[in-house]
Write a protein that binds this ligand. Structure first.
Ligand code: ATP
Length: 261
C-alpha cells in the first residue's frame, strides 16, 4: 500500500532527513515511527503525502507513484491520505461540523467549497464521523471552545469524512495530557481495526507505541534501525540501538517511556 524505494531526503542545508529507506507498509497496519528528536520521523511521514519532497528514490501509494504524480493525479492520491497534526490544524473560529466538512474539499470544485455548499450526503458523512469519535454533541460548537483532546478528535473526524484510506499522524498526542492521549489513541486504534484504515503515527513514547502499534519502525539519523512487530521492540533492544535506557518518567507506569527530549 505504501512502498518506499531507496528513498532519501537531503535538506538544502545538507542535513540528511532520510537515508535510503526501503520498506513496504501493508493495508490495515498500525505503524508507529519512533526515534530520538531529529531522527527523521516527521520527514518520513510528510514524505508520504509529499508535504516534503524527497531528493531521490520513489514512494508508491496503492501501485501509483506519488513521487511522479502531477496535477489531478496527485490530488486524487492525496485524497486518500488524511493527516493529523500535533497542533490539530483546525479553523478555530469555525464550527466543528465545518471543520469536518473540510475533509470533503478534495471531492468538489473550489468555488463550491468556498461557498460552503456541501451536498447533504457530505453532511451525513461528517455527522457519522463525529459520532464515531464520540463528539457529535459538539457539532455546532466553535472549535476553539473544545478541549485539546476533543479538537484532536475533530481532526480525526475530518480524516474520516475525507474517506481516507491512509491516515498519517504527526505527534498526534504530544500536546495532550495522559488521559486524553489514551482516548485519542483508542479512537485511532478503533478506526484502524473497524474500518481497516492504514495508520502511520509518529510517537515519542515507546510504551505507547507498544500498546497501539502492530509494527514499530525505529529511525536514527534518517535510517531504519528497527523494523518489527511490537514483541521485538523490547527495552533491551532499544537500549542496544539507541544506547540509552528508556526509563519510566513518572509513577504512572502505563504512560510515557520517553525516548526523546
Ligand atoms: N526544513 C528543514 N531544513 C533543514 N533541516 C531540516 C528541516 N526539517 C528538518 N530538518 C532536519 O532533518 C532532521 C530530521 O528532522 P525531523 O523533523 O524529520 O525529525 P523528527 O524525528 O521528527 O524530530 P522531532 O522528534 O524533534 O520532531 C533533523 O536533523 C532536522 O534538524
Amino acid at each position: 500500500m505504501i512502498e518506499f524505494k531507496q528513498v532519501s531526503k537531503i535538506y538544502p542545508n545538507g542535513v540528511v532527513g532520510l537515508d535510503n529507506i526501503n520498506l513496504t507498509i501493508k493495508k490495515g497496519e498500525f505503524v508507529v515511527i519512533v526515534g530520538l528528536s531529529g531522527a527523521g520521523k516527521s520527514t518520513f511521514l510528510r514524505s508520504i503525502n509529499r508535504l516534503h519532497e524527497i531528493t531521490s528514490g520513489e514512494i508508491i501509494i496503492d501501485n501509483t507513484s506519488i513521487t511522479k504524480a502531477k496535477g489531478k493525479q496527485l490530488l486524487k492520491i492525496r485524497r486518500d491520505i488524511g493527516m493529523i497534526f500535533q497542533s490539530f490544524n483546525l479553523v478555530k473560529r469555525s464550527t466543528v461540523i465545518r471543520n469536518v466538512l473540510a475533509g470533503r474539499v478534495g471531492y468538489h470544485s473550489t468555488m463550491r467549497t468556498l461557498l460552503g455548499l456541501f451536498p447533504p450526503e457530505d453532511k451525513k458523512l461528517a455527522m457519522r464521523a463525529l459520532e464515531r469519535v464520540n463528539i457529535i454533541d459538539k457539532a455546532y460548537s466553535r472549535s476553539d471552545q473544545l478541549s485539546g483532546g476533543q479538537q484532536q478528535r475533530v481532526s480525526i473526524a475530518r480524516a474520516l469524512a475525507q474517506e481516507a484510506k491512509i491516515i498519517l499522524a504527526d505527534e498526534p498526542v504530544a500536546s495532550l495530557d495522559p488521559l486524553t492521549t489514551v482516548q485519542v489513541l483508542e479512537d485511532l486504534k478503533t478506526i484502524n481495526v473497524e474500518l481497516g484504515i492504514t495508520l502511520v503515527v509518529n510517537l515519542h513514547s515507546i510504551e505507547l507505541a507498544r500498546q497501539y502499534a502492530t509494527r514499530i519502525i525505529g529511525l536514527q539519523e534518517g535510517r531504519v534501525v528497527f523494523d518489527g512487530p511490537v514483541e521485538q521492540a523490547t527495552d533491551e533492544r532499544f537500549k542496544e540501538i539507541y544506547g540509552q535506557p528508556f526509563e519510566v518518567k513518572n509513577n504512572e507506569e502505563s504512560v510515557n517511556l520517553p525516548i526523546s527530549h
